[in-house]
Design a protein around this ligand. Structure first.
Ligand code: ADP
Ligand code: MG
Length: 270
């Protein structure tokens, strides 16, 4: 009876203290500890561990949501054999995230469909799991957002939000040429991030063509200077994964047909 009263009170305190996992689990853990002869320190330790695990999990989920990834692709589903120009050991090293602590950046270059977004997403998800604040943006959408924020006199606020990130992923630099204002706003974000926030930039453009997107040579030079100062370059020179995949499927389809034809030929010969 006394124990029940203590439990009710304990749960009340835990609720007030916002220790929700401890609140939810304390009865179960208490019963288990009594059964296993675990002393009170062991009991408290188990409860604290559960609370921390749950909190870390929730924080990681929150970071993942705030990062706004277009999908949740990881390296597990990435086929390195399909893109042999990529340095697999460098990518594994980058997954460990030290580049973020060093404020280094990554540029992923390659044609459409070569896995740039997939890689950038995988690196970003891993960073979230390691406690980093990440945001994934398509360049064109970021530029639109920046222009809108400027019109609504919210640019400073938006820039402050971006400056709080550990890693900013700029996907698809180069698909659409930016307007003069857009290029300047983007440059501003890149130079603010310089040596403070890591960037991952994916692009289908060789460096010599960046002027086409950013407009002025001066801006392109300054952008490249900042981006490439301390950066890792991942280059996918192979062809589109979708194309390779389509070919594989086609080959698979033709195989049974070929076999059927052989079968027919054999039965005819008989
Ligand atoms: P990009 O951003 O370079 O245009 P994506 O990353 O969007 O290319 O890749 C296109 C599609 O092909 C995606 O569904 C992606 O998951 C898949 N893909 C690309 N490369 C690979 C790869 N090497 N292994 C597995 N899937 C890949
Ligand atoms: Mg892409």
């Amino acid at each position: 009876m006394k124990q029940t009263k203590s439990m009710v009170l304990l749960k009340h305190h835990l609720k007030e203290l916002k220790l929700s996992t401890m609140h939810d689990e304390c009865e179960k853990v208490a019963a288990r500890c009594a059964q296993d002869n675990v002393d009170h320190l062991g009991f408290l330790l188990q409860l604290c561990e559960l609370e921390r695990i749950e909190r870390e999990k929730r924080a990681a989920d929150r970071r993942l949501k705030q990062a706004k990834f277009p999908n949740l692709k990881t390296l597990d589903s990435f086929d390195f054999a399909a893109q042999p120009s990529l340095n697999k050991s460098l990518i594994s090293e980058l997954m460990r995230g030290a580049y973020i602590d060093e404020r280094e950046s990554i540029i992923v270059i390659g044609n459409s469909g070569t896995g740039k977004t997939h890689l950038a997403t995988a690196l970003g998800i891993e960073a979230c799991g390691r406690g980093k604040k990440v945001r994934f943006c398509k360049v064109i959408e970021l530029i639109t957002e920046l222009i809108e924020a400027r019109e609504e006199r919210q640019l400073l606020r938006m820039k402050k939000q971006l400056a709080r990130l550990d890693l900013l992923i700029l996907d698809e630099l180069g698909y659409v040429p930016a307007s003069k204002l857009g290029a300047e706003l983007l440059f501003d974000i890149i130079s603010t991030a310089y040596e403070r926030t890591s960037l991952i930039v994916t692009t289908n453009l060789p460096f010599e063509n960046w002027t086409e997107v950013l407009g002025s040579e001066r801006l392109t030079g300054a952008t490249l200077d900042r981006l490439t100062h301390r950066c890792h370059i991942l280059e996918a020179t192979g062809e589109s994964y979708r194309l390779q995949d389509a070919r594989r499927r086609k080959n698979r389809k033709t195989l049974p047909t070929a076999r059927t034809q052989i079968g027919k030929a054999i039965s005819k010969a008989k």
